[in-house]
Design a protein around this ligand. Structure first.
Ligand code: FAD
Length: 269
């Protein structure tokens, strides 16, 4: 449980972090460290240089930007839980952050780290997908915005380039949103998680734990758009999914949970 040796660089700015990433192809960004450090201890991750973003307080904020809410990538889960702007304009993000891990994880882990880590069982990525969030990345060639629909490219893989820093997440104002999570213990990752939101009168549904990435549940969305009720729409929950089988549960069990939780989420929405 001891990581391989590495160098440590404390980033003084986002540009400094981008430059440090460019100096060594095995360099990695460190945010809250609650996914990366355990992986390093198991030697699944062996970065040569850790570029620590932890002092960049300019990336910790939640602000109302007109029709969207802008969230700095280093905003911790605990800050999301208590943020008054989110509570008023997009409460599903705050309520979901409350379900992440335990208090220690929520006080260190960041929304940007959760998104960049792209664990298919993570809670916030599924909610951000159901909100059709935008992710703002900054790299050597400047800034670009990636929509959630094309951000998650595989298990623990994203559209971020090796020299890009995720700097901001933008979510729409969505008074109606629900995230339900089935987990074995309170602090566990989702066996299955279901996010449902209504934005501009369109209902979007997304899963955690039902495939290689967080997934939009397009069959359910289509059924709802055609006037189906919650039970009928939920019967299409497994379309396009590839639920894994592991020690936590079989794929059949996950598919069953998915149907039950989609119906519950739609009933609550
Ligand atoms: P780090 O561990 O610092 O980084 C994770 C990865 O993202 C690294 O590859 C890093 O290079 C990259 N990265 C970080 N920030 C950026 C950035 N700004 N730009 C580009 N790349 C970046 N999560 C859940 O969703 N639900 C749970 O129930 C849950 N339970 C947990 C329980 C425990 C005991 C632990 C240890 C973690 C748990 N987590 C859970 C994970 C938690 O949410 C982590 O905080 C999160 O996944 C990673 O955030 P971090 O800030 O710690 O990132």
């Amino acid at each position: 449980m001891i990581p391989a040796s590495f160098e440590y660089h404390r980033a003084a700015s986002v540009d400094d972090a981008i430059e440090a990433l460019g100096r060594d192809e095995d360099a990695k960004l460190l945010a809250g460290g609650h996914s990366l450090v355990p992986a390093m201890k198991l030697r699944i991750a062996r970065p040569s240089v850790l570029v620590d973003l932890g002092r960049l307080d300019e990336l910790r904020y939640v602000r109302d930007d007109g029709d969207r809410i802008a969230i700095g990538a280093l905003t911790r889960h605990a800050q999301l839980v208590a943020d008054p702007v989110l509570e008023g304009a997009c409460p599903v993000v705050a309520r979901t952050a409350e379900l992440v891990g335990d208090p220690q994880v929520r006080h260190r882990g960041t929304i940007g780290g959760s998104v960049a880590h792209a664990d298919p069982a993570s809670d916030l990525p599924a909610v951000l997908l159901a909100l059709d969030a935008d992710f703002v990345a900054r790299g050597p060639d400047g800034e670009r915005t990636v929509p959630a629909s094309s951000f998650f490219t595989g298990p623990f893989e994203t559209a971020l380039g090796p020299r890009e820093v995720l700097v901001e997440i933008r979510v729409p104002k969505a008074e109606r949103g629900v995230y339900l999570k089935h987990a074995r213990r309170a602090q566990d990752w989702a066996t299955v998680g279901v996010a449902a939101t209504v934005v501009d009168r369109a209902t979007r549904v997304a899963f955690a734990g039902m495939g290689a990435t967080p997934l939009r549940v397009l069959g359910v969305e289509e059924a709802l758009a055609n006037g189906a009720g919650a039970a009928e729409a939920a019967s299409r929950s497994d379309e396009g999914t590839e639920p894994p089988s592991d020690v936590v549960g079989s794929s059949e069990y996950r598919a069953h949970l998915a149907r039950v939780y989609v119906q519950r989420a739609l009933d609550l929405l």
